[in-house]
Design a binder for this molecule. Structure first.
Ligand SMILES: [Zn+2]
Length: 463
């Protein structure tokens, strides 16, 4: 496996690489390749890469002693996008080959590439996982000035020429906010994430800031007026029952998520979920568990001062967003909600009450128990067979468990079918493909933890 680590200067990505190097991944020490060092090696006089650079950019990028003047080359491409692209292409061609060669020779199962321009040079294409490290501007500035002993102005110029956080979020599987973190702990958590299967879906990104980890859908990040998240362990948002005991902790957790998403904690709206098919379009003022929101499992709004929050431990979270009408919804579709077709009711309400066009609605399906683990008794299976015509003839939906009267059913598949039946184009449906039971070290799962299970929250909000 090849893991690429990248980020602006001053983010501390090399420190994270070093912390990772001290750990074993699947019993083996990872092998770290410093991409800058590879480029330096290939830039030596007479190397193929060296020759290619001169024939492309001319002798003006050479020093008097014929060595490559890297500062001059950097300056040249900095002001010219076309040349920058050309350099990235050449670098990719040679560096990728060399890295692949070194990775193979290392005979390590885990290879880490430390590369500041991993994404720009397209080296991310040879990585199974891309990890970006970001940090506040002040933190980066302080680190660069201390490390390179340069003036604040020089450091600022360098930082201003680098990519924004958004670029890294869009192009990574995992983004780590490294203002001040415990590197050893961080390394262990990265390994835990690598050992789960949540980093291998290109549609999603995990953002970690200290103990807080959230999952986001890249398709939804594209919309600047929309924010959303699905929280991972250890953050707990409490069930209807445990909320009271943990009220302060839950509120603090909300505040931390709101802080990361840059939304106001006061705007959180959360219903009292009871596996109904009731979906409410918000009109008045609501907070957490307001009385009008009892027995409600879906929320819709077109207002910017409402952050919809529902909680989950195995049930299916579905986010809906009409990109033209700017209407959002959050739906809690457990197996009972799926049976009651809550998702169909939600889309209908968006169409009837907000004049949404289903063709403009984007849906995102979060982590949930999936067919691999969703074992049910015959009576539950039969209720689905009775409700949805012919569904039990479909192998995709149901599989009999070996040696017992139990069945594995795919409620995500049913929800997708209902979304399509409601007129939502299949390509608008994004699935995280993550099973909460398979990844129960990272995600809350009621099946695994029973009454002790915490809750994740799915939050969606218009700006
Ligand atoms: Zn599973």
């Amino acid at each position: 496996m090849i893991i690429g680590i990248t980020g602006n200067s001053g983010t501390g990505k090399t420190s994270i690489c070093k912390a990772l190097e001290k750990n074993k991944i699947n019993g083996k020490t990872p092998f770290v390749i410093d991409a800058d060092r590879v480029v330096k090696k290939m830039s030596a006089i007479g190397e193929e890469y060296y020759n290619q650079i001169i024939s492309t950019f001319g002798k003006e990028v050479l020093q008097e002693n014929q060595e490559l003047n890297r500062a001059k080359l950097a300056g040249l491409v900095f002001v010219n996008e076309e040349k920058r692209e050309l350099l990235n292409q050449i670098t990719y061609k040679y560096v990728a080959e060399e890295i692949k060669k070194q990775a193979k020779e290392s005979k390590c199962n885990f290879v880490i590439i430390d590369a500041p321009l991993l994404i720009e040079s397209k080296l991310n294409k040879i990585c199974d996982v891309v990890i970006s490290v970001i940090a506040d501007k002040e933190t980066k500035l302080k680190r660069i000035i201390e490390r390179d002993i340069i003036t604040e102005k020089t450091a600022l110029d360098r930082l201003n020429a680098q990519k924004e956080d958004e670029f890294y979020i869009k192009n990574s599987n995992l983004v780590i906010v490294n203002n001040e973190i415990d590197l050893e702990k961080q390394a262990k958590e990265i390994i835990e994430l690598l050992n789960s299967n949540i980093l291998y879906n290109k549609e999603i990104v995990i953002i970690q800031n200290g103990d807080l980890k959230i999952l986001q859908f890249k398709k939804l990040i594209e919309y600047k007026n929309l924010v959303h998240a699905f929280t991972l362990k250890p953050f707990d948002f409490g069930s209807n029952i445990t909320y009271k005991e943990k009220e302060q902790e839950v509120k603090d957790n909300y505040k931390e998520v709101c802080n990361l998403l840059n939304v106001d904690f006061e705007n959180i709206v959360r219903p009292y979920q009871t596996h109904t098919k009731n979906v409410v379009a918000l009109t008045g003022e609501h907070g957490i568990f307001s009385t009008e929101l009892e027995n409600v499992d879906g929320l819709i709004t077109d207002k910017t001062n409402k952050s919809l929050s529902l909680v989950f431990a195995d049930c299916t979270p579905i986010y809906l967003f009409d990109k033209n009408k700017n209407v959002i919804a959050a739906i809690h579709s457990g197996w009972e909600g799926t049976l009651k077709q809550i998702i169909k009711g939600a889309v209908n309400k968006m169409i009837k009450e907000f004049s949404c066009n289903p063709k403009d609605i984007i849906c995102a399906i979060g982590p949930t128990i999936r067919k691999c683990h969703f074992e049910v008794d015959e009576d539950v299976k039969d209720r689905f067979c009775n409700m949805f015509k012919d569904i039990c003839k479909e192998e995709q939906f149901v599989r009999k468990a070996e040696n017992k009267q139990k069945y594995y059913i795919d409620t995500v598949y049913l929800n997708k079918q209902m979304l399509i039946d409601s007129g939502i184009p299949e390509q608008n449906i994004i699935d995280s493909n993550i099973c909460t039971v398979c990844n129960n070290k990272i995600l809350h799962s009621y099946r695994v933890e029973k009454e002790n299970s915490g809750r994740s929250t799915a939050i969606i909000s218009l700006k």
